[in-house]
Write a protein that binds this ligand. Structure first.
Ligand code: GCU
Length: 836
């Protein structure tokens, strides 16, 4: 008899320190009042597989660990039917259970769940389907849901993958949570424990594939030693049913293989790829396939040899076809040297221009992977028209969990509502309902393959994404890829109960701030489809609207003294709107029928243009930025109400980030409002922009060892000026008298925190220390954003409830460190309730 008692792969209960490592799979003890008084669990777990790499085997272990953690009951675990004759939680494939017959009602990876007191049956169509069913059952009991259940759950789409943009040197492109868990020093590390743990999280939300390396791929991944390393990664993920894939560098036959060409139709190139592919499959027989970024942003591709993108994709498709693999071929192909003076030029049109004529030419194991919008993961974009233009081609949607243009995990932005907007976008192909989600699942155009690719970029940080709250995005991504019909708020609530428990106050606060976060972020970054007004030439984080125009990248806003927005109409503009099927094209062609939230995506209008709301565009810009920043101020306050309801570690970490976000939202608000005020010359009708009655500029303070400096872009410093120490081995002071009425105030200090130093600051009131801090956001947020004084590095600290008498003296001292010259921008002395 083989029975295992508590031989668990991962810690059963929530670890003593809540560092985030178990994500939503904490299996924290369920409080007594959330358990049914007469709870009757079966006497044992029966997982019908003796193969330790089978997800069914894993399901047994997971059930044992989960029940131990949540209910403190240790159930014995068996793997053969005759080992236990009592009541069970049975987990198996349908084939194993019914003597070889799959269940007609279940799709691949689908599962059936039957729950009764003392009897639970979990059957998967595939082995990983059984594991998905076990995770569903555990999620129910972890949330205190013990009711009887009879359900069948089938995934909407077969491809539910994640992408990692990990480089072989261990860095991660657009990763905000530390180094790679897959690569280190150009090789694959020995210890792949974190890789297994990641697979566990992914399996629990139905993810079945992962591409482990950056789309900007390094050809050296294909050396024999690295192929073996990839094999070890696949071994670590296999027990969770997560198959691995890899990104390829198109030029590899030349750069790695030493051939004179990488022409996809050249025989030597074809046999080079065939050989590499065969080697890979010898080591990883269940490899999912390839991901290819070709002829995009400087990457090599078939166009170099006047071959088509389909020729390029099919080269790989033929190589993986005998092994059952697929090729995800990215549609992110555009010319990044277009002429801004050409009013017809438009990067948004490129994907359709490159791919439409190729429809029907891709082999059937090719899937074209399309970013959700035509540009690049912006805060608001229309759905890419490509989804409607290649009906004979398998497609998948690419979403971004890592928040490249959406706050880089230092701002809370719950993304599921954004994704829902895109997935429910009706393209009206042939005047028929054509929701994006039905296109990518293959339903709309009867395609065999299709689905989802989410760019995640977890790193070694124990929180995975660098922020506890950002994990709701990964959770929601997997659940939506499984069933895009689910309500983003309901998914968030599930995640919250699993992550923080079921206290109604906790649930209420996390729901409230998360659901408010995308609208708030859109308000204080970029409105009406103008895109995230960030610095597109540098780090994609803080404000810099001017960076978007007058360069070849085509992420343009066309802002000038009179107006703003891209005219993408057919009649007078770039013609982009004509890429949509007729009904949608017609709607976007006219300003009257274009919804306000996409107005500036499709039209160039004067700042004085009056919106459907009755406001002018410029006044809406001002108002939205003030409203967004004001909402962000409420996040830390709401979170603070949970002080004794959440463990100290997570409580403090989240509080720090929400306070940081509240401060940075003011940087965004002021920079954007000032920029458009400078450009348009139209004042804010309520007089807020550029006028800050509670601020004292650093340059107006009495300065010792400090000098004035400009910043770039200018509008990212209050009054367009900041101060820095005169040299990098010195300290200095900025002092001011406070001529405010006596009373209680919040004192904020705005400064800049740069890469390359940790300056030290102290604030004194009448010589008494109020606060001491360092420019060490790199430690606290896990990364810093910029080497310069700009909208990325601008930040603030707030000292609450300071009793001030008229005439008190406030002094700030700064000590330089490295290239951080203790920069200061301004202080604000805010009466209770005032946001500025
Ligand atoms: C964005 C991103 C790049 C990435 C590219 C891609 O432009 O900033 O880092 O390589 O998208 O998706 O290929």
């Amino acid at each position: 008899m083989r029975v295992s008692w508590g031989l668990l792969a991962f810690p059963a209960a929530a670890s003593a320190i809540e560092n985030g490592i178990n994500g939503w799979l904490r299996y924290a003890p369920l409080p007594n009042n959330e358990r049914p008084p007469n709870l009757r669990l079966p006497g044992a777990i029966m997982a019908l597989s003796t193969n330790k790499t089978s997800p069914v085997y894993t399901a047994g272990q997971e059930l044992q660990a989960g029940i131990k953690g949540i209910l403190n009951q240790t159930l014995p675990l068996y793997h053969e039917p005759d080992e236990w004759l009592g009541s069970t939680i049975l987990v198996a494939t349908t084939g194993e259970f019914h003597g070889g017959k799959p269940a007609a009602t279940l799709a691949d990876d689908g599962y059936l769940l039957h729950v009764r007191p003392g009897n639970v049956v979990i059957l998967g169509q595939t082995e990983r389907g059984a594991l998905y069913g076990a995770f569903d059952y555990l999620s129910r009991i972890a949330q205190g849901r013990f009711s009887d259940a009879d359900l069948i759950a089938n995934p909407d789409a077969p491809i539910r993958w994640v992408n990692q943009w990990d480089n072989m040197d261990g860095s991660i492109e657009r990763g905000y949570a530390g180094a790679s868990i897959f690569f280190r020093n150009n090789t694959i590390p020995k210890d792949l424990n974190r890789v297994s743990q990641y697979a566990r999280l992914l399996a629990s939300i139905g993810i079945n594939g992962i591409v482990v390396n950056n789309v900007n791929a390094n050809a050296n991944l294909l050396t024999d030693a690295n192929i073996d390393g990839l094999g070890r990664i696949a071994d670590a993920m296999r027990p969770y049913g997560v198959q691995i894939g890899i990104s390829l560098n198109f030029a590899s036959p030349q750069t790695l293989g030493g051939l004179s060409t990488f022409d996809p139709l050249d025989r030597s190139v074809i046999s080079w790829w065939t050989d590499k592919t065969n080697r890979l499959y010898r080591r990883i027989p269940d490899m999912a396939g390839y991901l290819v970024k070709a002829n995009s942003e400087g990457q090599a591709g078939p166009l170099t040899y006047n071959r088509t993108l389909a020729d390029g994709a099919n080269l790989f498709a033929k190589a993986v076809q005998p092994h059952g693999g697929i090729v995800m071929f990215r549609a992110f192909v555009y010319d990044n040297h277009i002429n801004p003076a050409d009013l017809k030029a438009d990067r948004a049109k490129h994907a359709v221009e490159f791919f439409k004529g190729l429809d029907g030419q891709f082999l059937d194991n090719v899937v074209v992977q399309i970013k959700y919008g035509p540009i690049d993961f912006q805060v608001r974009e229309p759905a890419s028209p490509l989804f409607a233009n290649i009906p004979q081609t398998n497609t998948a949607i690419e979403l971004q969990i890592t928040q490249e243009y959406l706050g880089q995990q230092s701002h809370l932005v719950y993304l599921a509502p954004l994704w829902e907007t895109i997935l429910n976008f009706d393209l009206r192909a042939d005047d028929q309902p054509s929701l994006v989600r039905d296109v990518v699942a293959g339903h709309r155009f009867s395609n065999k393959r299709g689905g989802y690719a989410g760019v995640v970029n977890v790193g070694t940080n124990t929180t995975w994404l660098g922020s506890h709250l950002a994990m709701s995005n990964l959770y929601a991504y997997g659940r939506l890829a499984w069933n895009p019909n689910q309500d983003p708020q309901a998914l968030l609530e599930d995640w919250t109960r699993l992550t923080f428990g079921s206290d109604p106050l906790v649930l209420g606060v996390v729901t409230e701030i998360s659901m408010a976060s995308w609208p708030a972020y859109e308000n204080y970054t970029g409105n009406f489809g103008i895109q995230t007004l960030t610095d597109i030439l540098y780090t994609h984080y803080g404000p810099n609207p001017a960076s978007q125009d007058n360069n070849g990248w085509g992420q343009w806003t066309r802002a000038d003294h009179n107006g703003i927005g891209m005219d993408r109409t057919v009649s007078t503009g770039t013609g982009f709107s004509g890429q949509y099927p007729a009904e949608v094209a017609e709607k976007f062609e006219s300003i009257e029928t274009t919804p306000d939230d996409l107005l500036l995506w499709f039209h160039h209008v004067n700042y004085t243009h009056v919106l459907k709301s009755g406001k002018s565009v410029i006044q809406h810009f001002y108002d939205a930025h003030y409203a967004g920043a004001e909402t962000a101020q409420t996040f830390p306050i709401a979170w603070e109400s949970l002080r004794n309801k959440i463990d100290t570690e997570r409580f403090n970490d989240v509080l720090f980030r929400l306070r940081y976000q509240a401060g940075h939202s003011i940087v965004w608000r002021d920079s954007i409002c000032q920029f458009y005020y400078n450009l348009s010359g139209i004042p804010d009708s309520t007089g807020r922009v550029g006028k800050h009655e509670y601020r004292i500029e650093a340059e107006a303070m009495a300065l010792k060892n400090y000098k004035l400096t400009g910043v770039n872009p200018v509008e990212t410093a209050s009054n367009l000026t900041a101060v820095v120490l005169v040299s990098n081995h010195t300290s200095g002071e900025a002092t001011t008298k406070l001529n405010f009425d006596s009373g209680k105030y919040d004192v904020t200090i705005n400064y800049f925190d740069l890469i390359g130093g940790k300056a030290h600051y102290k604030a004194f009131l009448n010589g008494k220390l109020l606060l001491e801090w360092a420019g060490d956001l790199e430690d606290k947020l896990g990364h810093t954003f910029s080497t310069k004084l700009d909208g990325h590095s601008a930040t603030r600290v707030t000292i609450r409830d300071v009793q001030i008498q008229k005439g008190d003296v406030l002094k700030i001292t700064g000590v330089a460190d490295g290239n951080e010259l203790a920069p200061l921008d301004y202080i604000a002395v805010l009466p209770q309730g005032v946001v500025d």
